[in-house]
Design a protein around this ligand. Structure first.
Ligand SMILES: Nc1ncnc2c1ncn2[C@@H]1O[C@H](COP(=O)(O)OP(=O)(O)OP(=O)(O)O)[C@@H](O)[C@H]1O
Ligand SMILES: [Mg+2]
Length: 276
């Protein structure tokens, strides 16, 4: 294929992606509303079930025992159904929010920022979110912030999103490995190391995990939109493509990684220091 044809094809792909982005942002907004109804009405129905249970209990003596048992079985089933509706509704909301995050085209502002502070905050956020969502999850986090790292010009919301994406992946990688090790009854202590340092012209953020690592296939496809190895509901496969866009296109920096299957992964952001 000639160079021009290749360029044409690339252009077509990008146009498709751009319209896909707009389309999905529109759809995401449209879906968010009815989804809120689903979640709120199922919460209300749960409360109604409590009321129903109270009424039945108050009138227990008027009902034959068999009917009472039937009623409590039905109520228990209904409760379980409501729980499924709520959980899956909330899962859908989080997928949609992921889509909205990529598609929002808002131009963000560069402001002088304390990058160490941003990293600390989002490392913590990721850790606590992971603990809330995965029972039994734990990890030792080692943090090293070089003294005197200057405040630099960044887009804080975007940089924090990038740190969060990489941290979430690191947490997941050590969690998957620790589950596998637990089943095999092998020793393993999950660890994530954070390092922030600066030279005269560049600030470096490194996030290293001793998790499951990546196969060659995953290494190749890591930055593809919607590429994920996670089960449905746990990954949309957008995290790393968003992160690369934030570091390289928005901040003019460089993202790199090293990974060994079964051993772990290190991601490094190098961000040029812009004077202000
Ligand atoms: N630290 C890591 N260790 C091992 N595999 C990783 C790591 N980071 C990323 N990956 C692999 O790269 C894939 C793509 O990552 P990416 O963050 O783009 O999507 P995701 O985490 O699957 O979904 P989400 O959109 O929710 O972030 C992951 O599914 C995983 O297979
Ligand atoms: Mg991710």
């Amino acid at each position: 294929m000639g160079e021009i044809d290749q360029l044409k094809q690339q252009l077509q792909r990008q146009e498709k992606l751009a319209s896909l982005g707009l389309l999905s942002a529109g759809i995401a907004h449209e879906i968010q509303n009815p989804l809120n109804f689903v979640i709120n009405f199922s919460k209300m129905s749960n409360k109604l079930l409590d009321d129903l249970t109270d009424v039945v209990e108050d009138n227990a003596e008027k009902l034959p025992e068999a009917d009472r048992d039937d009623l409590s079985d039905i109520v228990a089933d209904l409760r379980e159904n409501m729980k499924q509706i709520m959980e899956n509704g909330e899962r859908a909301v989080s997928i949609i929010q992921g889509i909205l995050l990529v598609s929002r085209g808002k131009e963000n502002e560069f402001v002088p920022s304390d990058v160490c502070h941003i990293v600390k905050e989002y490392v913590r956020l990721s850790y606590h979110a992971m603990r809330a969502n995965h029972q039994g999850f734990n990890v030792t986090i080692r943090e090293q912030y070089q003294e005197g790292v200057p405040h630099i010009m960044v887009i804080p919301q975007d940089l924090s999103r990038a740190v969060l994406n990489v941290m979430n992946n690191a947490c997941y990688a050590v969690w998957i490995k620790s589950e596998a090790k637990r089943i095999k009854e092998e020793d393993y202590s999950p660890e994530i190391s954070i390092n922030v340092s600066a030279s005269s012209d560049e600030l470096t953020i490194a996030i290293a995990d001793n998790g499951e690592g990546m196969t060659d296939e995953v290494k190749k496809r890591l930055y593809e939109n919607f590429f994920t190895t996670k089960p449905v509901g746990l990954g949309t496969g957008l995290g790393m493509s968003i992160t690369r866009d934030i570091i390289e296109n928005k901040h003019g920096g460089k993202i790199s990684f090293t990974s060994t299957e079964g051993q772990g992964t290190t991601f490094t952001f190098a961000i040029p220091i812009r004077k202000f």
